[in-house]
Design a protein. Structure first.
Length: 90
């Protein structure tokens, strides 16, 4: 459904949903890949960060901000904000 709605606005191309998938992945990494609540909080945080960066820096830095958030979260806390470190014994 999202592809149909986006295709009507921007036209069809091979990289049609790249930005949508990038922001969704950034939200999942920020919130934690194993936490549905974390994904929701991460999505809200990515949306707020993206809009603030577009307002105060430059509107064309959306993708750069998403990559920067992914890198910073993976460097500081690899499991995400709500992710839990699971230890498995073999």
């Amino acid at each position: 459904m999202a592809g149909i709605l986006v295709a009507q606005v921007s036209g069809l191309s091979l990289s049609l949903l790249f930005n949508v998938l990038l922001f969704a992945f950034a939200a999942a990494v920020l919130g934690g890949l194993d936490s549905p609540v974390g994904a929701i909080v991460g999505g809200l945080a990515i949306g707020i960060i993206k809009n603030l960066a577009g307002t105060y820096i430059d509107p064309s830095v959306d993708v750069t901000v998403a990559f920067l958030v992914i890198v910073l979260v993976l460097m500081i806390r690899p499991t995400g904000i709500f992710g839990q470190h699971v230890l498995k014994r073999v």
